[in-house]
Design a protein around this ligand. Structure first.
Ligand code: 5RP
Length: 219
């Protein structure tokens, strides 16, 4: 039976609910799949200790539900982080940042004991890179970073009009061959002017929940 991408996102989000525990501090990502997850958090409103959000957009939705929001600096390690991705491999390495929230997402992933990533099956790939790789840059360094990304073989395109929650800009890098995600992440991370590259390879997801037409696979 054919089901829509939106329905698959709902199912992936529903599958993540099994990881919730009472009194938990939960990291929450950004995007349409996470929006489906946030909607499903409604019955958990009084059971969670609170959430740490990766974007102003998710914070608004969580506040509307009445779920307490915490600053990451006020809390220790998070038990669980739930977020989507733009691409994912079976090794649970990811491209993220389609929603421009990659920096806070990477921070929350680093601060979390378990990262559960929820995707529909259109996001599963053998090799990362078909989705243009988001790179958050300090505004004055945009052209400098773009030239450096070109020398790595990519075609960076400035995401015009987008300012991240951190006041920075985003380059989307097309045409990169990402055969070794860890090495590419390290290389781009150390370019002067880069804030964050949307490759999640050094810290991949711990569980990848992939919603297909028939079933949910946990990878
Ligand atoms: C935001 C992200 C999102 O997780 C990614 O863009 C997937 O979004 P969606 O669930 O809407 O497909 O990384 O920065």
């Amino acid at each position: 039976m054919a089901i829509s991408a939106a329905e698959k996102k709902q199912r992936a989000a529903a599958a993540a609910m099994q990881y919730l525990r009472d009194d938990m501090l939960l990291g929450v990502g950004t995007g349409s799949t996470v929006n489906a997850f946030i909607e499903q958090l409604r019955p958990w409103r009084d059971r969670l200790r609170g959430v740490i959000s990766s974007s102003d957009a998710s914070s608004r939705k969580l506040s509307e539900l009445g779920i307490p929001l915490f600053d990451l600096n006020e809390v220790g390690e998070l038990e669980l982080y739930v977020d989507g991705a733009d691409e994912a491999t079976r090794q649970r390495m990811l491209i993220k940042g389609g929603g421009a929230a990659l920096t806070r997402e990477k921070i929350i992933a680093a601060a979390s004991r378990r990262f559960v990533c929820i995707v529909d099956d259109s996001k599963l790939v053998d090799t990362l890179g078909r989705f243009p790789l988001p790179v958050e840059v300090i505004p004055m360094a945009r052209a400098l970073v773009a030239r450096q990304l070109e020398s790595l073989g990519g075609q960076p395109v400035w995401r015009h009009g987008v300012v991240t929650d951190n006041g920075n800009q985003v380059l989307d890098v097309h045409g990169l061959r990402i055969d070794d995600p860890r090495s590419m992440e390290a290389t781009i991370n150390q370019l002067v002017g880069v804030v964050t590259v949307g490759l999640f390879a050094a810290r991949p997801a711990d569980v990848l929940l992939v919603a297909g037409a028939e079933e949910i696979s946990a990878i």
